[in-house]
Each structure stands twice: as C-alpha cells, then as structure tokens.
Design a protein around this ligand. Structure first.
Ligand code: F6P
Length: 344
C-alpha cells in the first residue's frame, strides 16, 4: 500500500489588514501541523508572495504567541494578479502556478476580503487547490454571516463614539464621526446603534440633508444639548471631500449648530483582536485545514448561525454583502427615533 504523502500547504493574507489575521494563521498552521502532520509555509505580502516566490517556513515555534497580535506576521498587499496593465508585461497567474508547483504545494489558504476571494476563485478555476477564509472589518463578504475583524472594529468604533458623547455634551455640539466599511454600512450601523448615535447614515440608504437637519433642530427644541452623527465612508457625497467633512459642513450650514468631525481611520483596523474575533478566526482556520484534509477545494469557509461550513468560491466571487434596507436593525433603529436620513 502506498503511504499518503505528507501534504504541504501555503497560507497568505491579502487585502487590507484587520484584527484576527494572526489568530487565523495560527488556527490553520497549528491544525495542519498538530492534527494532520502537514507541512506549512507562509507566503509573504498577499499574492505577491506567490508571484515572487517569497515565503517563510512556519512551524509551531513561529505560530506561538501570535494569537493576540494585531496585523499579520506574513504582511499583506492589494496585489491583484489578474488585473491587466501595469508597467511590466508579466503573466502573473502563470508565475503563481509555476511557483505553486515548484514549492510542492498541495493547497493554499487565502485569507482576505472580497478582492481576495475573487482572485482565489480564479486560481481555483485554473486548477490550484484553494481555500478562502473571509476577513474584513467591513463584514461585506457574501455567503457568511460574519467575517473576522468586524467585531474588533466594532469595539474600537463604539469606544470612539462613547468618547465623543462627553465632549459633544460639554460643548453642546453636533459631532460627526466617519467610520470605514467601503461600500457597506455594517460597521456604521452596528457601532451607531451600540454607541447611541442619533443619526446613522449608511451607503445602502439614501439620505436627505433636509431630513437630517430638521431632525437635529428638533433635538435642540427638545432640549437635547448635543447630537452624535455616525456616517459611513461610502455614503453618497462629492468625491473630493470626505463623508464626515461633507456632512458636518451641510449640518452647520443648514442648522447653525456648532459641528465638529472625526474621521476614525486606520485605528479601526489596528491592535489586538477581540475575544470573538480570536475564536472566529481560529475556528475558520481550523476548518480550512479540515477541508484540505478531505481534499475539498475551491471553497470559502463561512459561519451560518452557530455553524461553521463552506460555500463554493465561484459563488462568492464578484459579490458584496450589503445591509438590506429592511434589515431588522434598521427597523429597530427607526423605532428608537434614530434618524437614518430618509425619515418620512
Ligand atoms: O476593506 C477594509 C478597508 O479598511 C475599508 O474599510 C477601507 O475603505 C479600505 O480598506 C481602506 O483601504 P487601504 O488600506 O487600501 O487604504
């Protein structure tokens, strides 16, 4: 009987970083080494690691002590190997396939968001054994209830909003805070709710400044001395100006209330992952290797309810999970008299 060859797998982290990437790398690596006796290498800087054949061997020693670390020990990049153009006429997908073979890889775990899943699906179509793990603070990957990184960012954003309450109150001001999320409003909706935002503006819901300003004036009439406006970076606005700057200007001009803006920025992506993200990333990582052990490829690991499962990467590619305008949280927010910008 031929003894099964020890599998050799690669891990890469691509796209914008987020808390929980190292927890996922550890989950993949430890499960592969300890549970299945596989060999693991870390490909550096996202898909660039495969294009340039740059990697580091990962053993249990490198995987120790990284669970709580923010960022990614492998580095990341927004390299899109299938994007046409650029200075050099290099067939990047061909290089990736060549290096995948030269490195003796049996599978690659691609940890990333929507862009990464799109590339992963294309590589899978070309015959590479690929598994995707969804991460992003935006929580906008189709097919999963949640991505890791989101919960940590939610904590950070909520803490920031909490802090704005006290300074807004002292000065009787309107405070506008802009949160990340790309084209999706998940982070803004959740942090806005958790932080007691009075106005929450998300890309999925068209807003009218007349409605927002009328609402803010009505709060003054009700002797509410200050207001908190939480806006997503992706809301409709003139492209040359940030969402917070635009909304703050519109509020001050339309109401005369002294208004200040805060753009929270990359703080939302930094630092140690929350306990929930550590757990989710670890479960995702371990489940990716369970799929590889069964020779199941071309899949993205997902969470649905309490269960971890998988969907075909080909179904995920090219989609974005946006907040449905009739989402339960949206309905509840309206019931609490939170202004979503389009109140009747
Ligand atoms: O997708 C994650 C994210 O942080 C978005 O929320 C944000 O729009 C974008 O990345 C910022 O990207 P970059 O790191 O390229 O500036």
């Amino acid at each position: 009987m031929v003894k099964n060859k020890k599998k050799r797998i690669g891990i890469l982290t691509a796209g914008g970083d987020c808390p929980g990437l190292n927890a996922a790398i550890r989950g993949v690596g430890k499960t592969a080494i300890v549970k299945y006796g596989m060999e693991v290498i870390g490909l550096t800087s996202g898909f660039s690691g495969l294009i340039n054949k740059e990697y580091v061997p990962l053993d249990e020693r490198q995987l120790s002590g990284i669970l709580t670390l923010g960022g990614t020990i492998l580095g990341t990049s927004r390299e899109k190997p299938y994007k046409r153009g650029g200075e050099l006429d290099v067939d990047k997908p061909a290089l990736i396939k060549q290096h995948y073979d030269e490195l003796g890889l049996d599978a690659v775990v691609c940890i990333g968001g929507n862009g990464t899943m799109k590339t992963a699906a294309l590589l899978s179509k070309e015959g590479l054994n690929v598994i995707g793990l969804p991460k992003t603070i935006d929580n906008d990957v189709w097919g999963t209830d949640v991505t890791f990184g989101f919960d940590s960012a939610l904590w950070i954003a909520t803490d920031a909003i909490d802090r704005l309450h006290t300074t807004a109150n002292s000065h009787s001001r309107v405070m506008v805070i802009e949160l990340m999320g790309h084209d999706a409003g998940w982070l803004t909706l959740y942090a806005g709710m958790a932080g007691g935002g009075d106005v929450i503006l998300i890309p999925e819901i068209d807003y009218d400044m007349k409605v927002v300003n009328k609402y803010l004036n009505s709060r003054v009439e009700k002797k509410k001395s200050y207001s908190i406006v939480v806006v997503a970076e992706g809301i409709n606005r003139p492209k040359e100006i940030s969402a917070a700057t635009y909304i703050a200007e519109q509020i001050e001009a339309g109401t005369g209330i002294e208004t200040r803006k805060t753009i929270l920025g990359y703080i939302q992506r930094g630092g140690s992952p929350s306990p929930m993200d550590r757990i989710l990333a670890t479960r995702f990582g371990a489940s990716a290797v369970d799929l590889i052990a069964k020779d199941l490829y071309g899949k993205m690991v997902i969470k649905k309810g309490e269960k971890i499962g998988s969907v075909d990467l080909s179904k995920v590619a090219g989609k974005t999970r946006l907040v449905p305008i009739n989402h339960a949280m949206v309905e509840k927010a309206r019931g609490l008299d939170i202004c979503l910008g389009n109140r009747k």
